[in-house]
Design a protein around this ligand. Structure first.
Ligand code: DMJ
Length: 450
């Protein structure tokens, strides 16, 4: 079995005893072609109704922007998906548009986390995939404009930064937002030769880690100026999730020993206190960061990235088992809810935001195990998306997975992540090598070209 990790994290990778489902093979090429067609269906709707704006509103057939000035988040996020899908004409047009129009010289406050994962991550992968120097120039300009966000007394970043003035705001933040920057800032350092981006973002991970509880867990909210925890709820879910994801990914991408050690500490604590084995399967719930006491039996759509993290870390049996639980969460109501009460086995918060994580985990597990059950799982997810979320102008989120009532928004990550991971899962052609690629948390592929 090939391992994605050239590092010690792989040590626990064991041959799995779990058997594949017995149904016949599925037509991967046909499914990949169908995903590509659905990408074009959504992209054409964006072009028709939202061109030049951040995102598409598929029900009202209009657009939304995050700030007073659009930052073209959908084209930025979707560009590398077009390249991987071989949509050359669309990619060329999008590249020309971005290079002509994209500027960060605007007097607007932006969310550091979101702009880092979507825009900076998108520009870095665009540069690596096209070798177009202007993408790296734009990434460097953006990185420099974001850097003032780290100028707090602790070095932990504020939430928002003004791209023109460098003014910052927002002191209440969380490990997920501050700990999901090193793949992008680190890559910017590697590609420009300037270590300041890497060192600044790495310091944040160390700062969060140092504030872990005596049993090795972190809480959900803290104040970036004082570094004090504002609550003690610990889990692998929203507001913490990609902090763990980036410890693993940065250990691999940069061969960073500190990240490896930090992840190992947290991983052990999570498996001791947050992992929950019930009669319906294994789950990761909520526990108090100081006492380890179980507080909630809630999992969710965003948490479904964790099988991929376990797989990257080498624990394939547990990754497989958790993905089975994720599938139960998905099939319970025909499509997954935002949060799921796994004690009652029903939706806790019934919304659905076209999230990619469960598909991402199926892709990782398929690549590592070659077990075709993950292709079949992918088909289940794709079929539900088409059945419940497709509109004649792209795809729509759901107000409720119970009623299947739609909501008027298609986030840029639907094109960056959800359809990209479906395509990469199904296509037999491997447009990018899984084993030498790290995907940032917005699915922008980064390769260690340095
Ligand atoms: C994306 O923006 C990223 O995957 C982020 O890490 C979590 N939320 C969305 C997708 O669900």
């Amino acid at each position: 079995m090939k391992c994605a990790l050239p590092v010690l994290l792989c040590i626990s990778l064991l041959p799995t005893q779990l058997s594949a489902q017995t149904e016949g093979p599925i037509d991967r090429a046909a499914l990949a072609a169908e995903v590509k067609a659905e990408f074009m269906h959504s992209w054409n709707a964006y072009k028709k109704y939202a061109w030049g704006h951040d995102g598409l509103k598929p029900l009202s057939k209009s657009y939304y922007d995050w700030y007073a000035v659009p930052l073209y988040l959908t084209p930025l996020d979707a560009f590398d998906t077009m390249i991987l899908m071989g949509l050359t004409k669309e990619a060329d047009t999008t590249k020309a548009f971005l290079l002509k129009n994209l500027s960060f010289d605007h007097d607007i406050y932006v969310k550091n986390f979101e702009i880092t994962i979507r825009a900076l991550g998108g520009l870095l992968s665009a540069y690596q995939l096209t070798s177009e120097q202007r993408f790296l120039d734009l990434a460097t300009d953006l990185g420099d404009r974001l850097l003032p966000v780290f100028l707090s007394p602790t070095g932990l970043p504020y939430v928002d930064v003004n791209l023109k003035t460098g003014q910052v705001r927002g002191t209440k933040t969380n490990p997920g937002e501050v700990g999901t920057l090193l793949v992008e800032f680190g890559t910017l350092s590697m590609l420009t030769g300037n270590p300041k981006y890497y060192n600044t973002a790495k310091n944040v991970l160390l700062q969060v880690y140092e504030r872990r509880s005596p049993i090795g867990l972190v809480g959900t909210w803290f104040d970036c100026e004082t570094g004090e925890w504002l609550d003690t709820d610990s889990h692998v879910s929203a507001c913490i999730d990609s902090y763990y994801e980036y410890l693993v990914k940065c250990a691999i991408l940069f061969d960073d020993t500190d990240c490896k050690i930090m992840w190992r500490t947290h991983w052990q604590a999570l498996d001791t206190y947050v992992l929950d084995t019930t009669e319906t399967g294994i789950w990761y719930g909520h526990a108090d960061m100081n006492t380890g006491k179980r507080t909630k039996r809630i999992f969710g759509a965003l948490d479904a990235y964790f099988p991929a993290v376990l797989a990257l870390s080498g624990d394939i049996p547990r990754a497989r088992a958790l993905q089975e639980s994720c599938l139960k969460m998905w099939t319970r109501h025909g499509i997954e809810p935002e949060t799921f009460d796994y004690a009652k086995m029903e939706a806790a918060s019934p919304r659905f935001f076209l999230n990619p994580e469960i598909i991402e985990s199926a892709y990782y597990l398929f690549k590592i195990t070659r077990d075709e059950k993950y292709l079949r799982m992918g088909k289940v997810f794709f079929d539900s998306l088409k059945t419940y979320c497709r509109t004649d102008a792209g795809y729509a989120e759901l107000k409720s997975v119970l009623t299947k009532e739609k909501s008027d928004r298609m986030e840029s990550y639907f094109l960056a992540e959800t359809l990209k991971y479906l395509y990469l899962l199904f296509t037999p052609e491997d447009p990018i090598d899984f084993f030498t690629t790290i995907f940032n948390t917005e699915a922008h592929p980064i390769r260690r070209t340095w």
